[in-house]
Design a protein around this ligand. Structure first.
Ligand SMILES: Nc1nc2c(c(=O)[nH]1)N[C@H]1C(S)=C(S)[C@@H](COP(=O)(O)OP(=O)(O)OC[C@H]3O[C@@H](n4cnc5c(=O)[nH]c(N)nc54)[C@H](O)[C@@H]3O)O[C@H]1N2
Ligand SMILES: Nc1nc2c(c(=O)[nH]1)N[C@H]1C(S)=C(S)[C@@H](COP(=O)(O)OP(=O)(O)OC[C@H]3O[C@@H](n4cnc5c(=O)[nH]c(N)nc54)[C@H](O)[C@@H]3O)O[C@H]1N2
Ligand SMILES: [Mo]
Length: 681
């Protein structure tokens, strides 16, 4: 047989809005190259710093876990010996059966997030399996749910405009999102609009790269955005810049909202936000009169105690101005809700099976350390790295160390969490598994075809759970459906946006844009998804749930005497906790540091590069200090990921983040961490 060269279409499965389309060149069963697909209209052939070397750094990396492993030595050491799949599955299933007999199935906790965000590798057989067992259910609400819950309060749905329509916008507010770092492929669209004359405003307490590239950077204190938006509403209503016809036809509660906004004159808002009253006036007026105006938030704001209320409040702005009428106007956050609403998810997830107690992922430390009734005795971790990404890391690690908690981790690498595992099972990479990848940053649905066979004895998530179901002697047919059957089940939907999008077409073309009208304006003529069909400026639903029915600024996280509020944001070189294992990424990210304002530095007698102790009631970290005007006084910034400190020890910013629940939406106030900084001599 001669050499066979084939090009296979796929799509990145990382937890990122961009979902880049890629092409994998395969020769004799080996992947030779992986490049961005230049024909993809949204991602246009570009990948990113993280994924540019995907084959070397993930698929063929020498550290990849290729065989089932069993722990030797104490938890935390990360030492394992190779065993067979039969042995691993038989040990795990026997132990689980013993635990179920003694404590009930709720003593088992599946723990996963969006490490692979493909449709079925993220959630499918796993959900069915754990629900059928009666294991504890996990609330996976650390990213996205809070923002959605806030938008739902006003709009009834988190759906917004097609991000590609941003080119039609004339006034773009990137609100609490660092587009150039976290959502790279949207940036050319923003630039195109900017070149056509749009004004680009960034609202972010930190002067990020995106803020540098904008026309106007507005830097409110973190957590104060609801006050800022109310101040804008005050000006818009006072100066009669309201689209009264839109408001009268398509919303309820304008009078009540006007009364509320009256309580937020720019002078008061200036005190809350730290922005000058004059700047608030100008911002409000320009936003209201320059149509189409678009608000583009992503995640930043939701990692605060009042996260949902901030999203709820900013979503009232495009209602007042009628921005939704115009193409390119309104609000565009994640496209996740729209993409997922087109698919048959009920059939895929079978949520009716989930009847057991629910535990929230941000509480992992407490869940493992306190004896719940029944206690959690077995943890199955996949698609995430809780030792790094969950707040209050010390508590999480204390829990992971418990000898009486049986932990299995399924991952591609021996991660910080895997170090505490009793069994570490090998996972496939994206080029070795099949999936459909609905993007949360654009309207293309991609099919990721496996380009090569699974390496070593690695298995995809779906295959992993089919094997576990068999080992547990479960017999429900829905636990053994193939990947192709699962995907076809999800595509079996009569949503009009899926019209003409068949399995065959996805297989051949790799990606297809949702079949929406060319000029799609979701709320140009109302049609909100609330009970009344109107946007709810006053929300009875919120009132019944015990919240303020009107937009409000209420933000009062415990400071416990610590002077600096710490934002721990995403960086270019890592994808959350991933890619931090590689030298190239560590070198590029440099070591862990904390950045503070010159005023805060001089108040603490600190100089650039001084070694400092950063501490609060949760823990402490040592690192060099950077001094810059990128952050406002009172604010500190630290990169999120797994970075080396000055002694070469890997550390996560979550060593000093609290577990404060958000107002609603089930999230965690990662960015409401308060710390003190002092020099180490
Ligand atoms: N390179 C890279 N890309 C990524 C990721 C990554 O780790 N690395 N992670 C991916 C994931 S999982 C997600 S969720 C997205 C997140 O994408 P983004 O939402 O863009 O990222 P964040 O860094 O969480 O927050 C964005 C900005 O919000 C600001 N911010 C914090 N608090 C407030 C506030 O109260 N008000 C306002 N106005 N701004 C505030 C922060 O300073 C930060 O600059 O990125 C995805 N893309
Ligand atoms: N302090 C602070 N903490 C944060 C944030 C912050 O901004 N600041 N951001 C929060 C947000 S928005 C998010 S989304 C989380 C993300 O937090 P993480 O869970 O750390 O996210 P990832 O790095 O995307 O993925 C985690 C793991 O999934 C594994 N994985 C990838 N593909 C597969 C697969 O197919 N199968 C299996 N079994 N495993 C796979 C990867 O190898 C990796 O180890 O962090 C949150 N934590
Ligand atoms: Mo996220």
């Amino acid at each position: 047989m001669g050499n066979s060269l084939e090009v296979i279409r796929g799509a990145c499965g990382h937890d990122c809005p961009d979902t880049c389309a890629w092409l994998v060149e395969v020769e004799d069963g080996d992947a030779k190259s992986l490049v961005g697909d230049p024909e993809h209209p949204f991602t246009r052939g570009g990948l990113c710093f993280k994924v540019n070397h995907y084959l070397e750094e993930r698929v063929y990396h020498p550290d990849r876990v290729l065989y089932p492993l069993k722990r030797v030595g104490p938890k935390g050491l990360g030492k394992f010996e190779r065993i067979s799949w039969d042995e691993a599955l038989s040990d795990i299933s026997q132990l689980w059966k013993r635990i179920i007999n003694e404590y009930g199935a709720e003593a088992i906790l599946p723990f996963s997030f969006a490490g692979n965000q493909g449709l079925i590798q993220c959630a499918s057989i796993d959900r069915r399996l754990f629900a059928t067992l009666g294991a504890s259910c996990l609330d996976r609400t650390l990213c996205g749910d809070v923002a959605s819950a806030g938008l739902i309060a006003t709009q009834g749905t988190p759906i917004g405009i097609d991000p590609e329509d941003i080119v039609h916008s004339r006034f773009i507010i990137l609100w609490g999102t660092n587009t150039i770092v976290t959502n790279l492929h949207l940036w050319p669209y923003v630039r195109e609009a900017q070149q056509k004359g749009a004004r680009v405003v960034v609202v972010d307490p930190v002067r990020t790269r995106t803020a540098e590239a904008a026309d106007w950077h507005i830097a409110p204190r973190p957590g104060s955005d609801a006050a800022l938006a109310l101040g804008m509403m005050h000006v818009i209503i006072r100066d009669r810049l309201v689209d009264q016809d839109y408001v009268d036809c398509y919303s309820t509660g304008f009078e009540e909202l006007s009364d509320r906004a009256r309580q937020y004159p720019p002078s008061r808002v200036a005190e809350i936000t730290g922005i000058l009253a004059d700047e608030i006036e100008r911002f409000a007026r320009e936003y209201a009169v320059t149509q189409p105006s678009l608000i583009r938030p992503l995640i930043g704001m939701e990692h605060h105690q009042n996260g949902a209320m901030m999203f709820r409040t900013i979503s009232c702005l495009p209602i007042l101005t009628g921005a939704w009428r115009h193409r390119g106007g309104g609000l565009a956050r994640s496209t996740h809700a729209l993409q997922f609403s087109t698919l048959n998810l009920e059939a895929l997830y079978m949520p009716e099976l989930e009847q057991s107690r629910r535990l929230n992922m941000q509480d992992l430390g407490d869940i493992l350390c306190t004896d719940l009734d029944p206690p959690v005795k077995a943890l199955f971790v996949y698609n995430c790295n809780p030792a790094v990404f969950v707040p209050n890391q010390q508590r999480v690690i204390e829990g992971l160390k418990r000898e009486d908690v049986f932990t299995v981790v399924h991952d591609l690498f021996n991660t910080e969490t895997a170090r505490y595992a009793d069994y570490l099972l090998p996972a496939t990479s994206q080029v070795e598994s099949l999936d459909l990848v609905p993007a949360w940053g654009h309207h293309y649905l991609s099919l990721n075809r496996p380009a090569i066979e699974p390496r070593g004895e690695s298995v995809s998530n779906t295959e992993m759970f089919r094997r576990l179901a068999a080992a547990l002697e479960m017999t429900e047919a829905y636990l053994f459906e193939s990947d192709e059957e699962l995907l076809k089940t999800a595509l079996n939907s009569d949503h009009p946006f899926l019209n003409g999008i068949t399995w065959q077409r996805l297989w051949e073309d790799g990606y297809v844009k949702l079949n929406q009208p060319e000029d799609w304006r979701p709320f140009a003529e109302g049609g909100f998804a609330t009970k009344s069909g109107k946007a709810e400026l006053y929300s009875q639903t919120l009132k019944e749930a015990g919240h303020d029915p009107l937009p409000a600024h209420t933000w009062d996280p415990p400071r416990n005497g610590y002077g600096l509020q710490l934002i721990t944001g995403k960086v270019l070189h890592f994808l959350n906790s991933s890619y931090s294992h590689f030298d190239r990424h560590q070198r590029a990210a440099k070591q862990l540091f904390i950045e503070i304002n010159p005023a805060d530095a001089s108040a603490r007698s600190l100089k650039e590069d001084d070694l400092v102790r950063v501490f609060n009631e949760f823990g402490e970290l040592t690192m060099p200090c950077r001094i810059s005007n990128r952050v406002r006084p009172g604010i500190a910034w630290m990169p999120f990921g797994w970075l080396f400190d000055h002694e070469g020890q890997p550390r996560s910013a979550n060593a000093i983040t609290p577990t404060i629940p958000t107002d609603w939406g089930g999230g965690s106030a990662f960015y409401d961490a308060f710390v003190e900084v002092e020099a180490i001599f």
